[in-house]
Design a protein around this ligand. Structure first.
Ligand SMILES: *Cc1c(COP(=O)(O)O)cnc(C)c1O
Length: 370
């Protein structure tokens, strides 16, 4: 007789998920909060996107366009890719879940690098697959280590490029080498959530590989540069076969009308996007310089956040700094869950927020916290 539980039991893997804890957004009641914990846009959303969102209120009784047609056309025009190879999702998080569900299950392995984005592991557990981590070298994904970790059970490889929370990236040639070393049935997912912030000449988000291969997907999001995190909007550029699979699996109305219309408007607001990029370049450089001057080690970042190493001495650690800053209403991101307990991640916020955070960190390091 099989043992029958007397309460409902979820499928294997589900209870191994450590629930994702997002960047905090609250401090002491009534205190002004500076939220630099979730890599949101430093300059907010485009005014054109806000207008489109407000206008969508008139038609809240209507179902969305289930195929997100106008949005996919707008993405296709902007990035010069075929619209039928674009699949939109409720954030790129949803696309991660869909890809993992489509291609992995019990007994399969989902591979990513040591400090890779947490949602990859969560999505693997969710389908009963096994998450596998390959070591990084100096906080950077290591192609040889990833390839060495591939087994006959590997079904998907996720590479956040640039990676969160490290802010480091792999050059196009390295990504191509990773792809070339993978068996043809393994899906390589290039998560390019921060692609818009990267200025490096040797970087390529993934368009070229997707166009040339059957097993590469590139994911993008409206949550970071475009400043639309609240709306949950992301997309994937896929080979035809994978687009077909995702379209079968996704909910028929998985992207809201508000997200679709705001996304189209945001894509069209080139001047605003340029300003957001310039803002990030300037304040990322400023914050890197200031924190380095304070004696902290800052991992060189190409994204809209910095990974900062704190001292090991009791009273000056990352956890101590986080407690102190939280008391002053400044919220950074602890990254123990990424295997980086000695670090905090700080997003590039508005200019005055970057200045206030740097000043508070200086006070903390000086020991002015009696
Ligand atoms: C923020 C982020 C995403 C985007 O998530 P959304 O669900 O689109 O908001 C995806 N991947 C990484 C690595 C991220 O940091």
């Amino acid at each position: 007789m099989p043992l029958i539980a007397n309460t409902p039991v979820p499928r294997p893997g589900i209870l191994e998920i450590a629930p994702y804890v997002g960047g905090r957004s609250k401090s002491e009641p009534g205190q002004r909060v500076i939220k630099l914990s979730s890599n949101e846009s430093g300059i907010g959303p485009s005014p054109k996107a806000m207008e489109a969102y407000a206008a969508a209120a008139q038609a809240l009784h209507r179902y969305p366009d289930g195929g997100a047609g106008e949005l996919r056309q707008a993405i296709a025009r902007r990035f010069d890719v075929p619209a039928d190879r674009i699949v939109c999702g409720a954030g790129s998080d949803e696309i991660i879940y869909l890809l993992t569900k489509a291609y992995a299950g019990p007994g399969d392995e989902v591979l990513f690098s040591e400090h890779g984005f947490l949602v990859y592991a969560i999505s693997a557990h969710a389908v009963g697959a096994t998450p596998v981590k390959a070591p990084e070298t100096e906080l950077k994904a290591d192609v040889d280590a990833l390839l060495a970790a591939v087994t006959p059970a590997t079904k998907l490889v996720y590479l956040a490029n640039p990676n969160n929370p490290t802010g480091t990236y792999l050059a196009q040639a390295e990504v191509a080498r990773l792809h070339a070393g993978l068996p043809a049935h393994v899906v390589l997912v290039l998560d390019a959530a921060y692609a818009e912030f990267v200025g490096a000449e040797d970087y390529e988000a993934g368009f070229k590989l997707v166009a040339a291969a059957q097993n590469v997907v590139m994911m993008r999001t409206f949550s970071k540069l475009y400043g639309l995190a609240a709306l949950r909007l992301g997309w994937a550029y896929c080979p035809a076969g994978i687009a077909d699979v995702l379209n079968r699996l996704r909910g028929p109305f998985n992207v809201s009308t508000a997200a679709q219309v705001a996304g189209v408007a945001a894509l069209g607001d080139e001047a605003f996007l340029e300003e957001a990029r310039r803002h990030n370049d300037a304040w990322r450089a400023w914050l890197t310089g200031r924190l380095t001057q304070l004696g902290l080690k800052v991992t060189p970042s190409v994204a809209n956040f910095l990974l900062v190493r704190f001292p090991d001495e009791p009273g000056r650690t990352a956890a101590d700094a986080d407690n102190y800053l939280t008391g002053r209403g400044i919220l950074l991101r602890r990254v123990e869950a990424y295997g980086l307990p000695q670090y905090l991640r700080i997003s590039v916020g508005r200019g005055d927020e970057c200045e206030a955070a740097a000043a508070a960190i200086a006070d903390f390091l000086r020991g002015d916290h009696g």
